[in-house]
Design a protein around this ligand. Sequence first.
Ligand code: PGA
Ligand code: ZN
Length: 433
Amino acid sequence: MSEIARLEALEILDSRGNPTLAVTATLSNGVQATAKVPSGASTGKREAVELRDGDKRRYDGKGVLRAKSHVETEILNWVRGLDANNQAALDKTMCELDGTPNKARLGANAILGVSLAVARASAADRGLPLYASLGDLSANLIPAPWFNVLNGGRHADNSVDFQEFMISPVGAPRYSDGLRAAAETFHALKSVLHKKGLNTAVGDEGGFAPQLKSNEEPIELILEAIHKAGYKPGKDVVLVLDPATSELFEDGEYVFAKSGKNRMSPAQMIEFWSGLLDQYPEIWALEDGVAEDDRTGWQRLTRMLGDRIQLVGDDNFVTNPSIFKQGIKDGIANAILIKLNQIGTVTETLECIQIARANGYGAVISHRSGETDDTSIADLAVAAGMGQIKTGSTSRGERIAKYNRFLEIEQELGSKARYAGSSVYERWQAVKA
Ligand code: PGA
Ligand code: ZN
């Protein structure tokens, strides 16, 4: 048995220049591995707590030295000697040690750092790639990525209220072909924007962030780019939106402050989405189409559009097994976004994916807007056979790291590798039928 022997944490920077944690786990036989923790900007209210120092003299209060110290003292003292290959026992032990429902005492950043570092060390210990160690040896499904090619909302300093405009190359035969289609479309979009005299600087997730006249204009620009790159929208490449509407919800209304446009009631918001789907059948998934606090809105949205597209819950489910189960009972959404740091352990993350599967919900793994070069989510997607991932655009190193990791996995699996594009496409087409 390989036991956990040492834990060390380092306060590093994420892709936005804010502090986050890197945790290194060392096993009794000397095997070592490191994991790095991401950080969101448009967070759900019920996410596990990201512990920050609050000391305004350092990083404007965003330092993570307390979380670092929790890893190296309290957590280490409690988990030293545990079997590194028993992830579930480790994660349960840390949850119990924390003692709060939302990991507020030790910090979900501290706990996730340890959980992931040990998962990586266990894989190294067993001589397996992480995707095979977390899943089983037959794991071979590479997910269809959602590339966030145009950024707005809290991820960009522009006039677009909706946060993410994504493309997914579902029609590609292999993952590497899909990645190429996305990169070519991204470059085509750059030239479309350039020709129109629009800015081609990128936002937090590597998508362009131009000043535009409306929240729908990005869709037209992206469709033009897909054509220009030589692909067929709605067939080779489909569209996905994450408007992150929890950020727009004020006093029971949706307020479009950045574009300076009007407001909408929850009923109008849902009508808007319904109309947009009529206008753009290329859209095949909508994440957080209404706000986390708009429960009746979520139920209504699901009743109205749940048989047309994927309705993905992010801020409302926060990758929390019990919150997600309640949401399923309430008839909310038909898919879930999976973010490790929303819940804080590998085990609870896998549990959410299981719940999705058991209830016929889709599951899409996701990065955060604040990222590092850690690629664990790519392996986890393959391990759990998830079929879909969103991890930014085809620019910015912290996004590309994940996409490149899939290229390595595809090469390593050789003829066993399968790309999920056509199977997820058919699954959601069947919902419409
Ligand atoms: P976040 O955004 O990482 O800033 O929360 C991602 C999302 O809303 O899906
Ligand atoms: Zn989201």
